[in-house]
Design a protein around this ligand. Structure first.
Ligand SMILES: Cc1cc2nc3c(=O)[nH]c(=O)nc-3n(C[C@H](O)[C@H](O)[C@H](O)COP(=O)(O)O)c2cc1C
Length: 130
C-alpha cells in the first residue's frame, strides 16, 4: 500500500548547510527505501511531502520527527495513493521565489502534475506565507 504524508515543522535558525546535509541524506537513503517526495524550506519552516510503502514512510516519519534540527512536526495530510505524485524525485528541493508575487507562478510550474488538487493547495498556501 502506497502512502503519502504532508507535514510542516519549524527550524528558525538552521544554517543553509544543514538543509544541504538533509538533502544529501535523502539522496543516499530514499532510493533504497523507495521513498520519493519534495521539500520546501522558507528559512523558518519546512514543508515535506513523503510517499512510499506505508511501513517505509511511517518509519522515516519517526526518524524525521526525532531529528533535533527541527521541532513541532505537524502532519497536515496523510492518505493512501494509487500512484506517486513525484515518481522521479528521491527528494526534490522546491525553491520558494524571493518575491511573493512570483511564488504562485513558480510553484505552478515546479510542483508535480500528479498532486491531488487539495494537497497542491496546502503546499501553495504554505509557500505564499511571507
Ligand atoms: C526536515 C527534514 C527532512 C528530512 N527528510 C529526510 C528524508 O527524506 N530522507 C532521509 O533519509 N532523511 C531525512 N531527514 C534526515 C533524518 O532525520 C536523519 O537525519 C537521516 O535519515 C539519517 O540518515 P543516516 O542514517 O544515513 O545518517 C530529514 C530531516 C529533516 C530535519
Amino acid at each position: 500500500m502506497l502512502s503519502q504524508y504532508l507535514y510542516i515543522s519549524t527550524a528558525p535558525t538552521l544554517p543553509r548547510e544543514e538543509v544541504d546535509a538533509i538533502l544529501a541524506a535523502s539522496a543516499r537513503n530514499n532510493p533504497v527505501r523507495g521513498i520519493t517526495g519534495l521539500l520546501l524550506f522558507n528559512g523558518r519552516n519546512f514543508l515535506q511531502l513523503l510517499e512510499g510503502e506505508e511501513n517505509e514512510v511511517a518509519a522515516l516519519m519517526e526518524t524525521i520527527t526525532a531529528d533535533p534540527r527541527h521541532a513541532g512536526v505537524s502532519v497536515l495530510d496523510r492518505r493512501t495513493i494509487d500512484q506517486r505524485a513525484c515518481p522521479d524525485w528521491a527528494m526534490n528541493r522546491v525553491m520558494i521565489a524571493e518575491s511573493i508575487e512570483s511564488r504562485r507562478e513558480m510553484l505552478e510550474r515546479d510542483l508535480p502534475r500528479g498532486l491531488d488538487p487539495e494537497v497542491r493547495k496546502m503546499i501553495v498556501n504554505f509557500a505564499v506565507l511571507n
